[in-house]
Design a protein around this ligand. Structure first.
Ligand SMILES: Nc1ncnc2c1ncn2[C@@H]1O[C@H](COP(=O)(O)OP(=O)(O)OP(=O)(O)O)[C@@H](O)[C@H]1O
Ligand SMILES: [Mg+2]
Length: 162
């Protein structure tokens, strides 16, 4: 999609809410961007939008934090910045059968040990704000973005206007 400008943290939180409300029943989301791009801000707001009320800890050292969801299943929030190699993911014992949502920071460091993504959210610093680019990576991801109203730009051939 065309990048969306997020002028302040509130805009990042609003985007997280939109994504949380429109997500398919199971979703794997790769959150990409440099240090400080706003990945954790987005993940925390997403979890809050799903009703998580307790502390949302950064999984910087634990690599993963798990959150049971009121709607059933659990959300996994991963931050793989400090992972040694992708093999370490096996030792986390990530039983993904209950996972309905994966929010993965630094997914490129876990290549081979992660489920395939439905959606890439790329964040970048833009002036004093941020810029978000959403890109689908599965059929479910494509339908998701279409439901959000940003799918049209993902089609290889744009549909003619009626
Ligand atoms: N749209 C925005 N505009 C300006 N600042 C923002 C925006 N979104 C988040 N921030 C701020 O960016 C800072 C860093 O955010 P955050 O910790 O979420 O980044 P991160 O991508 O998770 O970094 P890391 O890779 O170190 O984990 C925070 O102070 C946050 O408030
Ligand atoms: Mg972070």
């Amino acid at each position: 999609m065309t990048p969306r400008h997020l002028p302040d943290e509130t805009a990042t939180i609003a985007l997280a809410g939109e994504l949380a409300r429109s997500a398919p029943a199971r979703a794997v989301v790769y959150l990409q961007g440099d240090l400080g791009a706003g990945k954790s801000t987005l993940a925390r707001a997403w979890l809050r939008a799903l009703g998580v009320t307790g502390t949302v800890r950064s999984p910087t050292y634990t690599l993963v934090e798990r959150y049971p969801l009121a709607a059933g299943g659990e959300a996994l929030h991963l931050d793989l910045y400090r992972i040694g190699d992708a093999g370490e993911l096996e030792f986390l014992g990530l039983d993904d059968s209950d996972a309905v949502l994966w929010l993965v920071e630094w997914p490129e460091r876990g290549t081979g040990g992660l489920p395939a993504p439905d959606l890439h959210v790329r964040l970048a610093v833009a002036g004093t704000g941020r810029e978000a680019t959403l890109e689908s990576a599965s059929e479910a991801g494509l339908a998701w973005l279409e439901a959000l109203g940003v799918g049209a730009q993902l089609r290889p051939t744009p549909e003619p206007n009626p």
